[in-house]
Design a protein around this ligand. Structure first.
Ligand code: 6R9
Length: 649
């Protein structure tokens, strides 16, 4: 197959923050002398007390330690707001576009942001939140979500945003896991013309938490909600009498900024910890270079605040750079599939950053909904979350970018804090489906999955690891540093293990081939198959289950569950529906199984291990190549599963 390459336009090569020569020179400097390189880059922030050392990191077995700018002090909110007041007080910081297409957008200036974050900070303090305390933000896409994140940063509290699509059980587990004493939420969350009852979900979650956990409720719709006097606090009432001024706390560069729970290969989500100085330096620098952000431009990242992309590229990176960031409460198909293009036209969006699954969903509606909108403001397009298939890439390039906008396919993870492998618009010729080349300071390596040997040929395939630290790297798993070392630094000693498989082509370009662990990627969201399994086995009718991913035209991967029922339970469509409802209630709608196959037995080794490789193949409808099945305890199980397979596409 001939792969077409798309070089940067001459205009971008001449005017972007980096062209090929700058990239090569800066990359070389970043890896040969990281102290000088990052010491210089960190000057993009305002420090209260300057740091005297830059990089102090080790990936050595049993001594993993990551520290950047260790003795410096700063405040993230002051960097995202206060310092811009000098010249940008009246510039829009956040354009908020509500779900209702008939409602007006709000333009929140940097001065407004300063005052609203100040009020939120004082409200949090009034509720007893102190430096180092954890605050759960169970928030939809409203400005108050950003205010609350920045308010925590301002007073030195640690926020943990829980995606508003998660169930009460998932929320409760995160309140308990982080030891939070306060949950901030809204009454309801409008989205796509429907309303999620967030406050009542939070009520249900708190039934499983300490009695002293408080709740702060932001009014979004004003619909009636239940109220527990003494536990629940009305944000709007408290903010009305709160001062807009709050002195930012002086935080150490390595003080935690936030915890974000993400799926791993066990049933327990991990609390990924990011800190202050390195994270913000990295989020700001990548936002500027990857999107070639220029002052005055309107930048739109469609990610929800509940995911890491919403942290680094909706809130922290853009605001640290004094950008105008657009926050959209709704979904791209409401009221119709032209909504995104209406927003681009109305707000003259220059940079549009979204997920391949959203592109595929919109592409399925054809070009019709795009026509009639003026997309000429667009300059740069970006994708994140999963590999992008060439069809979707081409549609994005031609129908949305009109062939004039480079597409930056950014590969990174919750753990990495910011982009690690990505094109730069003025520097990197792109190839559809490849995240291309490493960002400054990032040294990817491809290891042989069995021997762990570094593949030194340019063209290679294996597991993707990173050789040395970068400032945005996660520091630990909340409350479990041993798990941090085990998950990321024990399979391949001396490297950070990403969990992704990868191919490097003859030009040195990286092509992510997907997860090599039991994590699947559903609509760009990470889901541990073990999490879905533990939800399913908690159902009284289920004896055993195995969950795998399979190719899905829109979602990238769908969720395929093999279910063995308890003795005496009969398979039925009603039970299937009931199991689906059950999983949605246990985890949330993003974990909804797409296909459930009744399995009288699961293929196991003689030692009782489920052979997932075989289950994956059957789910992929690729059972001609099952590989070695000689170690199976009962090979006839496999024939039954093949015969009754649910995916015949
Ligand atoms: C930012 C984010 C991380 C996993 C990652 C990989 C997949 C993300 C990708 C991509 C191919 C890209 N992934 N970006 N795969 N190309 N451009 O998505 O974080 O939710 O933690 O997911 O997503 O498998 O390991 P997170």
């Amino acid at each position: 197959m001939i792969i077409k390459t798309y070089p940067p336009s001459q205009d971008l090569a001449d005017n972007a923050h980096a062209n090929k020569a700058t990239y090569d020179q800066m990359y070389a400097a970043s890896v040969s002398d990281p102290d000088t390189f990052w010491g210089h880059q960190a000057q993009r922030l305002d420090w209260i007390k300057p740091f005297s050392r830059v990089k102090n990191t080790s990936f050595a077995p049993r001594a993993v330690n990551i520290e950047w700018f260790g003795d410096g002090t700063l405040n993230v909110a002051a960097n995202c707001i206060d310092r811009h007041l000098v010249d940008k007080a009246d510039q829009t910081a956040i354009i908020w576009v509500p779900d209702d297409p008939g409602a007006d957008a709000q333009h929140i200036t940097y001065r407004d942001l300063f005052e609203n974050v100040g009020r939120m900070s004082n409200v949090l303090k009034g509720l007893g939140v102190k430096r180092g305390d954890r605050v759960i933000l169970y928030m939809p896409m409203v400005p108050e979500a950003a205010y609350a994140m920045l308010a925590c940063a301002r007073i030195g509290a640690i926020h943990s945003v829980v995606f508003a699509g998660f169930s009460p059980d998932s929320l409760g587990a995160r309140v308990n896991g982080s030891g939070a004493k306060l949950v901030v939420t809204t009454d309801y969350a409008p989205r796509g013309g429907r309303k999620t009852p967030l406050k009542s979900n939070a009520d249900a979650a708190l039934l499983h938490c300490d009695d002293d956990v408080k709740m702060l409720v932001v009014k979004r719709t004003g619909d009636q909600i239940s109220w527990l006097e003494g536990r629940d606090y009305d944000y709007n009432a408290l903010a009305a009498s709160a001062s807009p001024y709050c002195t930012p706390a002086e935080m150490g560069a390595e003080d935690p900024l936030f915890i974000l729970y993400t799926s791993g290969s066990t049933g327990q989500p991990k609390g990924v910890v990011h800190t202050t100085g390195g994270y913000l330096t990295y989020a700001a620098m990548t936002h500027e270079y990857t999107f070639d952000y220029k002052p005055g431009e309107v930048y739109w990242c469609t990610a929800d605040v509940g995911w890491v992309t919403g942290h680094s590229y909706l809130v922290y990176g853009p605001l640290a750079n004094g950008a105008t960031t657009l926050m959209f409460e709704g979904i791209p198909t409401y009221p119709d599939a032209g909504r995104s293009w209406q927003i681009v036209q109305d707000h003259k969006v220059s940079i549009y950053y979204t997920a391949p699954t959203a592109i595929r969903a919109l592409m399925a509606h054809g070009d019709g909904p795009v026509q009639g909108y003026d997309l000429s403001s667009l300059r740069i397009l970006g994708t994140v979350g999963e590999p992008i298939n060439p069809e979707a890439w081409n549609w994005f390039n031609e129908t949305i970018g009109k062939g004039n906008c480079p597409i930056v396919d950014t590969w990174w993870q919750t753990e990495t804090g910011g982009h690690l492998i990505t094109p730069l618009p003025g520097a990197t010729p792109t190839k559809p489906g490849s995240a291309t080349l490493p960002f400054f300071g990032v040294q990817p390596v491809i290891l042989d999955p069995t021997s762990g040997a570094e593949q030194t040929d340019v063209a290679a395939e294996g597991v993707l690891c990173i050789k040395d630290s970068w400032p945005g790297q996660m520091r630990t798993i909340w409350g479990d540093h041993a798990r941090f070392e085990k998950t990321y630094f024990s399979d391949y000693k001396g490297y950070y293990f990403t969990g992704d498989g990868c191919r490097r082509d003859e030009d040195g370009y990286y092509w992510i081939t997907g997860r090599v662990d039991d994590v699947i990627n559903v609509s760009g969201h990470r889901m541990g198959t073990a999490e879905v399994e533990s939800a399913l086995v908690a159902h009284p009718a289920v004896a055993e289950t195995a969950v795998v991913g399979y190719p899905h035209a829109i979602k990238g991967q769908g969720i395929y569950a093999y279910v063995t029922l308890m003795n005496g339970e009969e398979p039925s469509d009603d039970l299937r529906k009931d199991l689906i409802k059950w999983v949605r209630a246990e985890i949330g709608p993003i974990a909804t199984p797409d296909l459930i196959q009744w399995a009288p037995g699961l293929p196991k080794t003689r030692s009782g291990k489920i052979m997932r490789r075989i289950l994956r193949k059957i789910a992929e409808n690729d059972f001609g190549s099952l590989g070695d099945t000689s170690t199976l305890a009962d090979p006839s199980v496999v024939e039954d599963l093949i015969e009754n397979r649910m995916n015949r596409g």
